[in-house]
Design a protein around this ligand. Structure first.
Ligand code: ZN
Length: 198
């Protein structure tokens, strides 16, 4: 079974991709991790873009991706690619996808979840004021470092990314057989609903 998971920031898409891939014995391919861990000649090629702050071209991502996907005998979950309709079309020409799963939360829910994140300046640990507060306010549980809200997690940035998601990523749902799952539930409940819809 070959699946694509999409969802706005804060939807828990990555967590669900991990849970479902383990349950169904599928490869979990996070494009971000894949590009960071690529080896050999391809690494040099990827770095030549990343090091100068350029986007890695679709063709190069696909080349790396297809190589990796061929190792997945039982199928895979793609997490982080495709991000837009152009990429989805290119992927469609190369490999069959059974379903796209969208983990859906509203913009309001996404903003609430992300802006309540607090990170440790020292060790990078992430807490959440609502769902996972530190034992002492403003202080990291593991290293006693100072907790702060990253620029990335501030409302204006979250809104910008949500807009890009709606404009560019969401239309992928129209290209493939798709199902939308309510991501604003307990983690187990979301996973169960995904399994029922497959
Ligand atoms: Zn810390």
């Amino acid at each position: 079974m070959n699946l694509i998971f999409i969802g706005p920031q804060g939807s828990g898409k990555g967590t669900q991709a991990k849970i479902i891939s383990e349950k169904l014995n599928l490869c979990h391919i996070s494009t971000g991790d894949l590009l960071r861990n690529v080896k050999g000649n391809l690494k040099e090629e990827v770095d030549s873009y990343i090091n100068v702050g350029k986007l890695v071209p679709d063709e190069l991502i696909l080349k790396i991706l297809i190589k990796e996907l061929k190792k997945c005998k039982k199928g895979f979950i793609l997490d982080g690619f495709p991000r837009n309709v152009t990429q989805a079309q290119k992927l469609k020409d190369l490999i069959d996808i059974n379903k796209v799963i969208e983990i859906n939360i509203t913009d309001k829910q996404a903003i609430k979840r992300i802006t309540s994140r607090i990170s440790c300046k020292n060790c990078g640990a992430v807490f959440n004021k609502i769902t996972n507060p530190p034992k002492i306010e403003g202080v990291c549980d593991s290293c006693k470092g100072k907790l702060y809200v990253r620029d990335d997690d501030k409302e204006e940035f979250v809104k910008k990314r949500l807009k890009i998601y709606h404009n560019e990523t969401e239309p992928i749902l129209g290209i493939y057989d798709s199902v939308r799952i309510d991501g604003f539930q307990e983690i187990d409940k979301v996973a169960q609903e995904i399994l029922e819809k497959l």
